[in-house]
Design a protein around this ligand. Sequence first.
Ligand SMILES: Nc1nc2c(ncn2[C@@H]2O[C@H](COP(=O)(O)OP(=O)(O)OP(=O)(O)O)[C@@H](O)[C@H]2O)c(=O)[nH]1
Ligand SMILES: [Mg+2]
Length: 314
Amino acid sequence: MAKSKSNTIKQPGFLTRLRASLNRGNSWLTYDLRNLLPGETVDQDALDELESRLLTADLGVDATTRIMERVQSLFDGGRITTREQLANELKAPMLDVLRQVERPLDVTRESGPFVLLVAGVNGVGKTTTIGKLARKYVDAGYSVMLAAGDTFRAGAVEQLTQWGERNGVPVVAQSSGADAASVAYDAYARAAARGVDILIADTAGRLHTQGNLMGELAKVKRVLGKQDTSAPHETMLVVDATTGGNALSQARSFHESVGLTGLTVTKLDGTAAGGVVFAIAETMGLPIRFIGVGEATEDLDVFDAERFVDALFK
Ligand SMILES: Nc1nc2c(ncn2[C@@H]2O[C@H](COP(=O)(O)OP(=O)(O)OP(=O)(O)O)[C@@H](O)[C@H]2O)c(=O)[nH]1
Ligand SMILES: [Mg+2]
């Protein structure tokens, strides 16, 4: 095991990138607050309108209710009269919602590879996230291997192989159309034999309604579990923030069918809101491991609740 392994893979300068991506000039929240309260003084109408804006921004009913209950009680107690006070008092309940799911992935293992299985709907950013993670873990001193478990889509193996080559990380693949579980089996055996620290397995994009494909994913999990009863150590769903409420329903269905242990939310640069992160946090309670704000390696980072909320308030 390398001695130089770093226990954090946080990206320097990520807050600036996150802020720029989420806000594009002006945070939707800052914008909404100013827009809602032109006269600076907070009244009940403004709070009602704020509630509907949070719902429109995909925060969902549960998170919105929790946040607004706190704000309402402070307002009723005379503690919120100005826009600035409202902004300050909004932060705490928003942070409470996100702190529940701020649990970074711990990849340390006594022996055997840490197995990270990545799943999700087509095009959400699974393979790109794997490529970025491979780079981060290599930079942090870990040995990494990738498994090309998407044997379905033409070009999927090449895409992962390119990420591997770029980062000097071996990729285990079979021919297109091969059994995904067999690729996973093979990859685990090689990773264990080589003493690799982290094995990251890609999978084909699938909809939760595709029963046969969900069955395949369950089989991949089972096969890994036969080699190491504790594997996969993480079954991570990737969701695309631009799909709003769909991201939440995907998380629900995948969790029901295969059992998830974590989530990554990508494409937060493609949406003005990022509100779905709150909805997922409050409703699912599953750890949010990483967030993505662009296509480059430095655009992925460990999820940090405080940084996320700070980025929303400019
Ligand atoms: N803007 C932006 N684009 C992203 C992000 N993450 C991934 N992408 C892009 O999304 C597209 C799809 O990414 P993939 O990694 O191929 O997605 P996938 O889930 O593996 O797709 P399938 O294998 O087809 O299911 C690519 O063009 C990526 O560059 C992100 O955080 N922000
Ligand atoms: Mg892919």
